[in-house]
Design a protein around this ligand. Sequence first.
Ligand SMILES: NC(=O)c1ccc[n+]([C@@H]2O[C@H](COP(=O)([O-])OP(=O)(O)OC[C@H]3O[C@@H](n4cnc5c(N)ncnc54)[C@H](OP(=O)(O)O)[C@@H]3O)[C@@H](O)[C@H]2O)c1
Length: 330
Amino acid sequence: MSIPATMRALQQTSLKGPQDMRLITDAPVPRPGRDEVLVRVAAAGVNFADLSRACGTFGNGPQPPYVAGFEAAGEVVAVGEAVTGPPPGTWVAGVGDGAFAEYLTLPAAAVMPVPAGWSAEQAIGLVVNWPTALAALKPLGRVAAGQTVLIHAAAGATGQAAVTLAKHYGAIVVGTASPAKHETVLALGADHVLDSRDDDLAAEVRRLTGGAGADLVLESAGGATFAASLAAAKPVTGRVVVYGLAGGEAALTNWELVYRYQVHVVGLNLGVLSQAAPGIFGEVMGELSALVAAGVVTPARPVAHDLADGPGVLAGLAARATVGKLALLP
Ligand SMILES: NC(=O)c1ccc[n+]([C@@H]2O[C@H](COP(=O)([O-])OP(=O)(O)OC[C@H]3O[C@@H](n4cnc5c(N)ncnc54)[C@H](OP(=O)(O)O)[C@@H]3O)[C@@H](O)[C@H]2O)c1
């Protein structure tokens, strides 16, 4: 297959938001480095972090102009000189800069094969949302059967994965979501669903747990909800795994940890986890593969849009108007 010199791509031109993301048709097709593969993108995953990057709130994010997107699935079409596999013709999913494009390069050692019988589009989410949810629940959150888990943005891509896994591990799940998404959360098996815009979520969680509080909180809401998550966790043994701040930054002081919220606060960043704790990350990915084989993790059905619609898709994510996984097709 011949590889063109230029391609369609979505380029972010400022840090003012996705309205400054534009389609270009002359982006250079990247060349794979020594340890990289070149992938023809079949589907790119849209993540909340794409919005954070476009708004300049992502930690150490790319500087404009840059080709947006970082999650893709597609076919390997060329490999760097030191690559021993996967060979051209293999379908893979992976994380690398510049996914909102027709081609991107990925580190050969870090790509995941698209599961047998799945399309590339169905594999979207396997390298971002599912491992994040699994890491939050298991190695970091230490979920156990019978424990109560509070999951924010439960109708979102990461939240849906978390609800599915938490139920698989035998937890009692309390999800939060905007009211229009409550049916989706309950259909995934959540035991309870609360309005994510409710001012007193902590009181609702205590009511549902007989006053005890949640054993584990998956905190991605941020803003004012962050304090509610701390207050909703069970004193002394409750864990709050913080992996997102959709609603903005929020502070926590040592005074509050001593006198107000006696909980375990754990930060999670999947990229750092994979680099700094490869053993834990390997266990997460190994367990994920086993869950795919067992049929617990099933093919995604992302809401797919044309690449050119990327800015509008990100605006919908910012407006809390989306449900489940979103994909862009180049
Ligand atoms: N740390 C990591 O490595 C990592 C990896 C993956 C994802 N994440 C984080 O996980 C969270 C979910 O990511 P995702 O890509 O799966 O997105 P998503 O959940 O599909 O969409 C975001 C959802 O967050 C909720 N939300 C609450 N407050 C919001 C606000 N002020 N503005 C916008 N949305 C708000 C909304 O749900 P409701 O309206 O239903 O409440 C919204 O639909 C994000 O915070 C993301 O940064 C972190």
